[in-house]
Design a protein around this ligand. Sequence first.
Ligand code: FAD
Ligand code: FES
Length: 283
Amino acid sequence: MAHPVQRQAEILELAPVGAYHRLVLRAEGIAERVLPGHFAALAVDGADGSLLLRRPFFIHRADPAEATIEVVFAEAGRGTRALAQQRVGDVVDVVAPLGNAFAIPTGPASALMVAGGHGSVPLFGLAERITEQGGSVGFILGAPTADRLFGVEQARAFTPDVLVTTDDGSFGIRGQITLPLTEAMRAIEARVVYAAGPTGMLRAVAEVCAREGVRCFTAVEQTMACGVGVCMTCVLPVVGDDGVSRLVRSCVDGPCFDGSRVRFDDIGAVPPDLEGAAAMGER
Ligand SMILES: Cc1cc2nc3c(=O)[nH]c(=O)nc-3n(C[C@H](O)[C@H](O)[C@H](O)COP(=O)(O)OP(=O)(O)OC[C@H]3O[C@@H](n4cnc5c(N)ncnc54)[C@H](O)[C@@H]3O)c2cc1C
Ligand code: FES
């Protein structure tokens, strides 16, 4: 847990970027503690209280000198639509930084960033950290359609090793993100893969990494209610260091997990070998 604070954050910028909205917030005491993988929980509608739960978003950038954090979000439903209708100068109630951060390799390493849609949002800060310590990165960015890609130019400014896929072929390689994955991992001799995006994509990436014997970290997006470890809405089955599977809270124990430990096929279920599962069944 990243010792979050709650702030009334002023909106400095809110502008569309393709299918997404880029939101820059000014709030003291947050940016200096943000690590890649942390997220922020934003109150989306203070007006009538009908959208009570905060909505979680990965922190894209954090600038301690300006006391700003930036998130990038798609309009998915009522909460994000309400957020998109805010104006520069409005105030948003924010709790951040939340969750854990990505594990970063010690020393120089070649890392492949694999992002589905807005999954690239938390990966750029991570790519910066890895290159700062002498490593190198490549990117595969994928989405169903071209307008759902985020960060293609940003990735290209970072490295020549960028592949883009779209399911409908409207940009880059036609097909799913896993299509060029093995080749891309081998081409840059990736020691580690970082993946963020939809659960099905994370499962597929983790499978390829396991096959190739490459370390894999995944940032999951389980639906969250409290965001601070109290309500258990966000649990998913993860294998612990002792080999025992447990339901863990993705808001405080995650959202960044060793992909080989997440039981993607069992998300939403209580597998019988899970610690405590028998006792639950006996009740
Ligand atoms: C750790 C984390 C980081 C995320 N980062 C980003 C990001 O950087 N950019 C981005 O566009 N989206 C991100 N999301 C997803 C974003 O939180 C949801 O799109 C948003 O909460 C939907 O709210 P809504 O009211 O607009 O939609 P709703 O009408 O409530 O739901 C629309 C869809 O969003 C899902 N959803 C609803 N509430 C949540 C919730 N609290 N947590 C997760 N999913 C939810 C629903 O299952 C449904 O599929 C992230 C989610 C998590 C858990
Ligand atoms: S969202 Fe409440 S415990 Fe994770």
